[in-house]
Design a protein around this ligand. Structure first.
Ligand SMILES: Cc1cc2nc3c(=O)[nH]c(=O)nc-3n(C[C@H](O)[C@H](O)[C@H](O)COP(=O)(O)OP(=O)(O)OC[C@H]3O[C@@H](n4cnc5c(N)ncnc54)[C@H](O)[C@@H]3O)c2cc1C
Ligand SMILES: NC(=O)c1ccc[n+]([C@@H]2O[C@H](COP(=O)([O-])OP(=O)(O)OC[C@H]3O[C@@H](n4cnc5c(N)ncnc54)[C@H](OP(=O)(O)O)[C@@H]3O)[C@@H](O)[C@H]2O)c1
Length: 461
């Protein structure tokens, strides 16, 4: 008898993290190991999480809050070589080298590639929202209340382990600025931004100074906005912006269509997009089991960044802020799998707390972006020692991240034209047939065309 016998595992979400968990178990099955019963619940009708683009905003067909925050014309904002699955390479999927910064549909295709080859779909219940979770202390089990959205039916199931892979870039953090209620134009959060087209010719204000502000600003500039103003709270992004994009300190208030800034300046705008980040939100979990954290590289209360310290059979995946993405989710999922399979025991709570505190102390020393990269790299290295997830050269990946940071600083409009070399296959990326700034079409078909097919490529301009 193994620990796997008669155990049930519930996974919440079929985004990259939830799919990584399914893949981890599949790897065992392929090796002839019997695995426990697994059910993955996904509230959307399809897998891929964020990468499953939706035109919808607000609520979906069945009245559930829309999960997706991605938009048309979204291209990878980091080199694909930094996120490559170490057990399923880009070469294996595409059969030829592709560029280092693919658009969303191409990365979505890649994520689906390895999962389509498995029987993972049989484990996923789509259109099913996890509504509530209760921990049954006497049985050390979870009672999970589920809504079958299509059938409009509520039911419950019992699990021994619960994996929370529900993402944390979906519930907007939406601050208030005095007078914004009288702003006559569009006011939205980045979560509801679906593409730059609607802002053509407009003067756009973006509040925030992180990835969303940077990328939505550059996208709108590329697709014809008249001007972009970025407004920062703590620090400006601080790159050499092209004419037409500027950074100002925080908005103090609005008077009709005019925004006033901390430096005393003011400007009229047509629209405001709050690029003010997201909340970790787990409305289906009781208060004491909810991960309560800001978006950072080492959330408190989860041992190895995975196991909820007060209740380790409650497992969180992908809850960190992310330099590493898909390969980090994999590394976590493999460790979580081995724990659930009973391959190792966790140390007692005091030791786990000590370990968490050691990482938190180390994180407190981090000041620069390069140090953040090193910190997350060390975290991945630690995870890789704990399972048989195929090792990959994290030092080389860290160097690529640092190069990427430098490239962005040198030219925010051209960094996506750079290419890198895979640590999984050693393949050097191909140059894309069109410079990113001139490429207005993000379809997979156009992206995968060969340069010699150029006359067949519709002119993007
Ligand atoms: C705008 C934007 C751009 C990004 N761009 C990049 C990029 O270029 N490169 C990169 O590597 N990363 C990028 N990311 C990071 C992205 O979050 C990760 O790549 C990845 O999607 C995280 O995977 P996840 O599975 O943890 O979460 P998600 O992808 O968010 O998936 C979570 C899943 O859980 C489901 N779910 C949630 N609640 C419930 C519930 N109660 N019941 C059932 N199902 C539920 C959701 O429907 C969803 O399918 C971007 C993120 C955003 C917001
Ligand atoms: N592929 C792509 O191109 C792409 C595009 C967009 C987003 N993304 C991904 O999406 C994820 C989330 O990025 P994000 O930029 O949305 O969130 P984020 O990185 O958490 O940044 C949040 C930003 O909002 C600011 N902010 C928060 N509250 C504020 C307030 N009250 N007033 C003013 N500013 C406030 C923060 O400022 P402080 O610094 O002061 O805290 C910070 O600049 C990242 O993983 C990113 O990689 C990727």
């Amino acid at each position: 008898m193994t620990k796997a016998d008669n155990k049930r595992i519930g996974i919440i979400g079929a985004g990259p993290s939830g799919l990584a968990q399914l893949r981890a178990f599949e790897a065992l099955e392929k090796a002839g190991v019997e695995t426990p019963e697994i059910v993955c619940f996904e509230k959307q009708r399809h897998w891929g999480g964020m990468w499953n683009y939706t035109w919808r905003t607000g609520v979906g067909k069945y009245g559930e809050p829309i999960h997706g925050s991605m938009y048309k014309y979204l291209w990878s904002n980091g080199p694909k070589e930094c996120l490559e699955f170490s057990d399923y390479s880009f070469d294996e999927h595409f059969g030829k080298p592709i560029s280092s910064y693919p658009p969303r549909p191409v990365l979505f295709d890649y994520i689906q590639g390895r999962i389509k080859k498995s029987n993972a779909k049989n484990y996923i219940r789509f259109n099913t929202t996890v509504r509530w979770v209760e921990y049954l202390e006497d049985k050390n089990q979870f009672r999970v209340i589920l809504d079958d959205l299509k059938e409009n039916r509520t039911y419950e199931e019992i699990f021994d382990f619960l994996v929370v892979a529900s993402g944390h870039f979906s519930t907007p953090n939406m601050p208030y600025f005095k007078g914004i209620e009288n702003f006559p134009g569009a006011v939205m959060h980045a979560h509801d931004f679906r593409g730059a087209d609607q802002f053509k010719g407009q003067d756009l204000l973006l509040i925030g100074s992180s990835y969303s502000a940077e990328d939505i600003g550059v996208q709108c500039y590329k697709h014809g906005a008249n001007s972009i103003t970025l407004s920062y709270r703590s620090n400006p992004i601080g790159v050499d912006w092209p004419e037409g994009i500027e950074e100002l300190p925080l908005v103090t208030h609005f008077e009709d269509d005019t925004a006033f800034f901390k430096d005393g300046s003011s400007k009229k705008f047509d629209a405001v997009v709050m690029c003010t980040g997201y909340q970790h939100k787990f409305p289906f979990l009781p208060d004491q089991y909810r991960l309560k954290t800001k978006n950072n590289l080492y959330p408190n209360d989860i041992y190895k960044g995975i196991f909820f310290n007060d209740l380790p059979n409650l497992i969180y995946l992908g809850m960190q802020d992310q330099y590493y993405t898909f390969n980090m989710f994999d590394a976590q999922a493999w460790v979580a799998r081995d724990y659930m399979m009973g391959k190792f025991e966790l140390p007692p709570k005091e030791e786990r707390t000590k370990d968490i505190n050691t990482w938190l102390d180390k994180y407190a020393q981090v000041e620069t972006a390069n140090q953040e990269v090193d910190f997350q790299t060390d975290y991945i290295k630690d995870l890789l020692t704990l399972s048989d997830y195929p090792d990959f050269n994290t030092d080389k990946v860290a160097n690529m991240f640092k190069e990427w940071l430098q490239d962005k600083e040198e030219n925010i409009l051209t960094y996506r034209d750079k290419i890198f070399t895979s640590v999984v296959t050693g393949t050097q990326a191909a140059e894309h047939h069109t410079d990113w700034m001139d490429e207005l079409n993000d379809s997979k078909e156009r992206y995968l065309m060969e340069p010699e097919e150029e006359e067949l490529i519709p002119d993007p301009l």
